[in-house]
Design a protein around this ligand. Structure first.
Ligand code: ADP
Ligand code: MG
Length: 223
């Protein structure tokens, strides 16, 4: 069945990914283990190293969070009001954007725009895209989220006026482990693209270095 096929595609991709993931997780684990041994031996003062341990654990947590979309089994697809999903993601990310003095401009919607999808996977898509937009922006900039329907399709756009993506890097964006961030995992867009693909949708990127980036997600409208 289609679902089994999707499941096996997923497993194949997990196989490809796991070598990289193991590598990424081994580094912080080695560091945690080393510090714990030094603490146990009394060589170092515990309190000085707690924040390092915490950073390393957060790193592993971030990798796990970014991979969640794969680990989760495919659930039954249901009609989802995409505006409500975006509402909840914007609510969730408001704290982070406020810390950076970045306004999330989302006017919500009175209209219902239905798609056929998995709610938590769809949330992950917009968390990833909006987080990236916030991370690409300087303080006091804004990120705009648009939602509209055209020709039986639902369009969602996330626009920022941030650092942009250099033309020669555009191809690599979304490859597993491609990141330009010190603490990035390079897994977010790869998972995002995969989820959108599983929902029979598409994603395009329009970006100009030092001007900004627009991600457009197009999903079939549910009737
Ligand atoms: P991560 O956020 O962990 O780096 P992602 O897969 O989410 O991994 O993104 C990969 C890379 O794509 C980022 O490191 C960044 O270079 C680029 N990128 C993604 N979104 C944006 C954006 N809105 N503006 C500029 N660059 C972006
Ligand atoms: Mg990201």
């Amino acid at each position: 069945s289609e679902q089994m096929l999707r499941q096996s595609e997923k497993l194949a991709l997990i196989g490809e990914l796991s070598a990289g993931v193991v590598h990424e997780i081994k580094n912080p684990l080695t560091s945690i283990k080393g510090f714990l041994q030094l603490m146990q031996a009394g060589t170092i003062k515990t309190t000085d190293y707690i924040s390092i341990l915490n950073t390393e654990i957060e790193r592993i947590e971030q990798i796990a969070n970014d991979l969640l979309g794969f680990a989760k089994p495919v659930e039954e697809l249901k009609a989802q009001n995409i505006g409500k999903i975006i509402d909840s993601v914007v609510f969730l990310l408001n704290a982070q954007s406020r810390n950076h003095k970045i306004d999330l401009i989302w006017n919500g919607t009175k209209k219902t725009h239905l798609i056929l999808g998995d709610e938590s996977q769809m949330k992950q898509v917009f968390v990833n895209l909006i987080k990236n937009a916030i991370e690409a922006s300087e303080d006091n900039e804004h990120v705009e989220i648009l939602l509209f329907e055209k020709e039986e399709k639902v369009f969602i756009q996330i626009k920022d006026n941030g650092c942009g993506i250099p033309a020669d890097k555009l191809d690599q964006v979304g490859d597993s482990f491609f990141t330009t961030k010190e603490k990035g995992t390079g897994l977010g867009l790869m998972v995002t693209r995969k989820i959108i693909h599983n929902h029979k949708g598409e994603m395009s990127i329009n970006s100009q270095e030092n001007v900004g980036t627009t991600f457009t997600v197009i999903l079939p409208k549910y009737k």
